[in-house]
Design a protein around this ligand. Structure first.
Ligand SMILES: [Zn+2]
Length: 479
């Protein structure tokens, strides 16, 4: 039922908006944004709308690199790919900053079957950094409808000899106000992260969760980094496909014990080195101060990371590249930061913050894309009170792309970049249509064919317009 609600909402939100320029243009106040800057922004917007570069970049990274989980061969490949791509696109400076990974992880194979009361093969995938099962692990399943239901069991050995199964379904909950399903997603990620520790504290042999997603595909959604806790037994943990979670629930409803046999061959490797990759369009007046566009360069390892976060890489690189192709460099620099290790625990941005903690004041304004390639539907800022009037005028320049303005002015940059926001960097956030993001992300189905080119062009046009103005004007967004 809830799936229908979300589907209707998404269908409505993706109604095409034609941006033909002048006819839909709401004039910008020239005392706030000079007329020549506004005119250049409108021209840039039109150029970005007709240029497929953002899509081509996603095609390139998904084809030439593919899966790129931090600490894997794909990670090394994408570091080389990104540097070459920045140079090819004409960025003035390209560099990497090292990011250490304390331990690597080999996914291995995950197989599972229900052996009682009705034998079935089921589909599961190891959650990130799960330990292996050391051969077959066969045990009775105990269902918990939510993570809190598991927490309600007193710590001890109540679940000894059992597999804890959290059947929480993200798809069954109303999407929160932004239609993004992020509240429902956040609830699912609690079990996906620390569930393994809490199940172990209660004696369980393993933790299995229903995949955190809204699809009905027979594949698991992986996720999570190293979430074990010192002193707590490390138990295997995996996500079962939504249809198989329902199958187990149907069996449990019959009142007979359900026995699951699972086999994970996951294992750890030693420390690895990775890197954040940064490309800069150097400002002509004030090169040492910059606006930032972020995305994460790593992906989960079962798909090719098109939506999560190839779309962020493509839209952010293309945004800066378009601005870099204008007749002159903007006043201030534009930096695109491709963060390492977001999926397994923000490794890249933590390293970045360590390195740059002393000059966060030079980070003038930032944004990150990490919700796929859907077009933007709402602009919200997180800037100083005096700057809100400027953002309001900036919004007029992207309104023809079908973007509304939310004047709450409490936005943070998304994902990795939220850490920079917390340190005081002003932010713009474009809420996007999800285009099935939570059906595909973290699964083998996160592949290039899910990208909707026109939507990527709209998204990129919006960021290019906004960040050109932000880089060109001499504004302190903290004020
Ligand atoms: Zn992501």
């Amino acid at each position: 039922m809830n799936l229908k609600t979300l589907a209707a909402l998404l269908a409505l939100a993706s109604t095409p908006v034609i941006a033909q320029g002048d006819a839909n243009e709401n004039p910008v106040d020239p005392s706030i944004i000079p007329a020549d800057i506004a005119a250049k922004a409108v021209a840039l917007r039109a150029r970005a709308l007709s240029d497929n570069l953002s899509v081509d970049i996603v095609e390139s990274v998904t084809t030439e690199v593919g899966p790129r989980r931090m600490g894997t061969v794909g990670d090394q490949r994408v570091i080389a790919w990104a540097q070459a791509k920045f140079k090819e696109l004409g960025f003035d400076r390209v560099w990497t900053e090292p990011v250490e990974l304390d331990r690597g992880w080999i996914r291995g194979e995950a197989t599972a079957e229900i052996v009682e009361p009705y034998p079935h093969n089921v589909v599961m995938t190891a959650l990130g950094y799960s330990v292996g099962t050391n051969g077959d692990l066969t045990a009775e399943v105990v269902e918990f409808p939510s993570y809190d239901d598991l927490l309600a069991v007193p710590e001890g050995d109540r679940l000894k000899g059992k597999i804890a199964f959290i059947s929480y379904s993200m798809a069954d909950y109303e999407p929160p106000e932004d239609g993004a399903g992020r509240g429902a997603y956040g609830e699912g990620t609690r079990a996906r992260g620390k569930g393994r520790v809490e199940a172990a504290k209660r004696g369980a042999e393993a933790l299995v969760i229903r995949s955190v997603g809204i699809d009905d595909n027979r594949n698991g959604h992986t996720g999570s980094g190293y979430n074990y806790e010192e002193g707590v037994r490390m138990i295997p943990t995996a996500a079962i496909s939504a249809p198989d979670a329902i199958l187990i629930q149907n069996m449990l409803r019959r009142g007979k014990p359900v026995v699951l046999k699972m086999n994970l061959t996951s294992e750890y490797t030693g420390p690895q080195m990775s890197a954040n990759i940064i490309g800069e369009i150097t400002g002509r007046v004030d090169p040492d101060r910059f606006v930032l566009l972020g995305a994460h360069v790593d992906s989960w390892d079962e798909g090719t990371g098109a939506l999560d976060d190839g779309a962020g890489i493509g839209s952010m690189m293309a945004t800066a590249a378009f601005i870099g192709q204008m007749e002159q460099r903007p006043r201030r620099s534009i930096r695109v930061i491709l963060f390492s290790g977001e999926e397994i625990g923000f490794y890249g941005v933590y390293a970045y913050m360590k390195e740059h903690a002393g000059n966060i004041d030079n980070h003038l304004l930032g944004a990150e894309v990490d919700t796929g390639g859907g077009r933007a539907n709402t602009l919200k800022s997180g800037v100083g009170p005096n700057s809100l009037a400027v953002v309001r005028e900036m919004h007029k320049l992207v309104a023809p792309l079908g973007i509304e303005f939310n004047d709450g002015n409490d936005a943070q940059a998304q994902s990795d970049m939220s850490e920079v926001s917390k340190a005081g960097m002003p932010a713009l956030h474009l809420r996007q249509n999800l285009n099935g993001y939570f059906k595909y992300h973290h699964t083998p189905n996160d592949t290039f064919d899910k990208i909707i080119p026109e939507d990527m062009r709209y998204l990129t046009a919006a960021y290019a317009t906004l960040f050109y103005v932000a880089a060109e004007m001499d504004i302190d967004f903290r004020k």
